[in-house]
Design a protein around this ligand. Structure first.
Ligand code: ADP
Ligand code: MG
Length: 259
């Protein structure tokens, strides 16, 4: 799946810049759902951030805060908002539900992540191998575990070699080993291809393990509470550092992060 369009803009507003290396910038002033026959729901207010090249940014906030809404806006899937977003064109995306076509093979599902003219032709052997999907190419999604289905969804998102990968709680309800395996694949894409990642997660430990930066958002309407850089290199993060980091965050932002 790919986000279409160039720069999505509703009512203007300044975009945050992070220098030349900024690949994605978001400045949502307001987003309100107006369901017919029900009260309006203000989902996002004053949420601005940028993601740099090769950076992994994790967005953390309470359930129902407006995180998925934010991702849909920046991907250009919801044009009904006030503000501006730029840089997500061509982004690869993985949602919480793998969203695979059950009547298509793994191979076919992954190829749906390619632009139509390249779908049949592109050599994806390396991608299937890297993601451990080689033996599964001819199988159908129904024959796969949830973890493998998510792997297929990740392969589909990576198929076109996107500059930006947007992930919405992609590892929920996987066991620790399956989640760690998928996380490693995402980190590998960043390390080898310089992909930029924006990932929504509920899992604070996961965010602390992989993120270069954490964006903490408030309960609905989602607005930015803190933008926290995690400076220690990913490979040098041990249990003690992770525990201390989490504790410091929980003390400073108890409304977002529990001890
Ligand atoms: P999160 O991903 O942080 O859990 P969402 O962005 O999915 O939260 O939703 C934010 C709020 O907006 C929730 O209260 C949700 O019920 C509401 N919401 C989401 N989509 C719609 C919609 N299409 N119409 C009305 N309200 C919606
Ligand atoms: Mg959500």
């Amino acid at each position: 799946m790919s986000a279409a369009g160039a720069e999505f803009s509703a009512a203007g507003g300044d975009l945050p810049a992070g220098g030349d290396a900024t690949v994605l910038s978001v400045a949502i002033r307001a987003k309100t759902y107006r369901p017919k026959g029900a009260e309006p729901v203000e989902a996002v207010r004053d949420l601005a951030f940028a993601v740099g090249r090769g950076e992994i940014v994790c967005l953390i906030g309470p359930s129902g805060a407006g995180k998925t809404t934010t991702l849909r806006i920046l991907l250009g899937l919801d044009p009904d908002f006030e503000g501006r977003v730029a840089g997500a064109e061509g982004a690869g995306m993985v949602f919480q539900e793998p969203r695979l076509l059950p009547w298509r093979s793994v191979e076919h599902n992954v190829r749906l992540g390619l632009p139509r003219p390249e779908r049949g032709a592109r050599d994806l052997d390396a991608l299937f191998e890297r993601l451990g999907l080689g033996p599964w190419r001819a199988r159908y999604p129904g024959a796969l575990s949830l973890g493998m289905q998510r792997r297929v969804a990740l392969a589909r998102a990576l198929a076109s070699g996107p500059r930006v990968l947007v992930l919405d709680e992609p590892f929920v309800s996987l066991d620790d080993a399956a989640a760690a395996g998928l996380r490693a694949l995402v980190v590998d894409a960043v390390d080898t291809a310089g992909t930029s990642v924006l990932m929504v997660t509920h899992n604070v430990a996961e965010a602390i393990a992989v993120a270069d930066r954490l964006l903490l958002v408030s309960k609905r309407p989602a607005s930015l509470v803190a933008d926290v850089a995690l400076d220690r290199p990913r490979g040098a993060r041990d249990r003690a550092w992770a525990d201390a980091t989490r504790q410091a965050l929980a003390q400073r932002h108890p409304e977002v992060i529990a001890e």
